[in-house]
Design a protein around this ligand. Sequence first.
Ligand code: GLA
Length: 418
Amino acid sequence: MRTRITLLLLAALLGAAASARAQSASQPETRPRSNGLALTPPMGWSSWNQFGDDINEAIVTGTIDAMVANGMRDVGYVFVNLDDGWQRYKGSRKAHPLEYDPVKFPRGIAYLAEYAHARGMKLGIYSGPGETTCAGYTGSIGNEVRDAAMFASWGIDHLKYDSCCSHKNAPPPVVQKIFRDMSNALLAQKRGVVLHACHCGWANIWEWAPALGVNHWRIGQDISDDFNYPGNREGYYFDVLDMLDRGVGLEKYSAPGHWNDYDMLIVGLNGKSGELVGTGASNIEYRTHFSLWAMVDSPLLVGADVRHLDAYSLETLTNKEIIALNQDKAGSIARRAVDNGELQIFVKELADGAVAVLLLNRGAATANMSFSPRRDFAMPIDRYSVRDLWAHRDLGVHDGVFTAEVQSHEARVFLIRR
Ligand code: GLA
């Protein structure tokens, strides 16, 4: 009798385990998968926005040297990421191996990784889950394990893995597989490699990318060098405000280790990119763009030629007080607390209890903008100190409502403390 009861119990337990397995096979894993990296949004430089695929060893070493010399490395920009165009061959992976271009990179990629590491920086590289990449170079499809091992052996620290807007209408498991295969291959390496899944903001990637171990994912198509271009350039490109609006509702998917990516920065391109479309933005607009990307916890990947940055752009990109908002360890993305169309207020709560407040004027005329933490942010704060993070000035203690003048297309950023 006792044996029968034991057997029945065992059968019941085995049945429960089998059904749990069946359930987990049919329901995709949703818990974030951590590689322990990107606990704050990655900061660095990427070759694409300025150079397109016209890159080479001298540009990369010159960029690293410049970032050390101009202070960018020391405020946190440590990644130097090769985008598309480092590869030797154009055309299908079936027809060509994946190798670096020996003319552009005579000493190879491992040399550049060593060059970066010796200066306290990191090196990133680019590939994609197709036969070819976006610019037509050989991709990684079917060779994920081999390529991940090659990248790791070179000392790579970051991979941008770009579907190039392919698989738009593919069923979710198919789209997920192309990124999972590379994520698994990277996780099997001893080297920690930050994974960026670039999928044009399609297939609700933010819902499933964290569970695949992706560290950041683009929320939209490519940015153009514009603050507010009417419509989408060429029906494809997003300007700064388009990208900002694209992120509304996605705030909850961003968290330490897994970030919404609003695309690479256009600060300093000044309409002179060798690659991106767009006519450039004003200094104030670029500063607004930078402040917004910081507030929404986007990776801060500079796209301009940092070897020749103008003084205003460098000052914008190295504002430590703004960077601190982006790198705050709470990782709580700014929410749009007030939205009057042209006048919007963003609020970001920081780990130490301070609150960052960004006043954005999207309109054509200067405006006075006001906020009260209690009325507008539902925060029990009546008396608070205010610091202006662009003027680097304390503005004293205030009660209730605070008012500031905000120019057209300007963002003023304040830190308030109880
Ligand atoms: C796509 C990406 C860009 C860049 C290019 C490279 O367009 O969105 O950021 O990586 O491919 O070909």
